[in-house]
Design a protein around this ligand. Sequence first.
Ligand code: PGA
Length: 256
Amino acid sequence: MSNRTPLIAGNWKLNAGAQDGLVLASAIAEVAKTASNVDVVVSPPATALAAVASTLEEAGSKVEVSAQNLYPKDSGAFTGEISAPMIKAAGAKWVIVGHSERRAIFGESDAFIREKIEAAVAGGLRPIACIGETLEEREAGKTLEVVFAQVDAFADLLRKQIGNIVIAYEPVWAIGTGKVATPEQAQEVHAAIRGRLAEKVSADVAEGTRILYGGSVKGSNAVDLLGCPDIDGALVGGASLQPDDFGAIIAAAQNL
Ligand code: PGA
């Protein structure tokens, strides 16, 4: 057992950005009400950040809010973007950075993702930095090579931010596909990432950094995944839109 508090984060993606997001947030506040010893975060679309944060606060909930992305400048001529200070002002404390959909669809590079993590930390947000290999890369035996390169791009930033920067290992082939990594496959990569942090940064950073698993996590597979020694929580897409299923994942994290 590590002393890392498990973190369950729901990534709503391009869903639940209006009144439906407030209904979902209230339902999640309810299922998370009795959770202790587990941190719970929800990540609505940007348009709903402030309203979801208020809804949770009014419900007296400990569930915290995350943005799904940020731009690494505080303000300026960057049409369509939002910055760390804006996210913070909306009542969010977290931000997802470098999700595989951002990398694949919007062409975000490791260097750009590093800038975003730096901007998030400078703005007082806690980044959830996503990494993960594609199916092609896994089949070519390149999983560790790929995730190590992604981690190396920002690993030094963890030195002064133990506990504040969270890593999410999300094999791209498992995201939204229903093909969850086996606990053995996930644990192997999580342990390797932790080893990489020990080697590249320090043993303290490796020990203190939460590494979440993401990719088709559901109530039905959460117990086995979260039971692995190097899996410190989950980044959940589809199932985070279903309060009962998300609640089952929170319960699994609580009973470790
Ligand atoms: P999924 O998404 O749980 O729907 O596979 C995970 C993610 O993209 O963070």
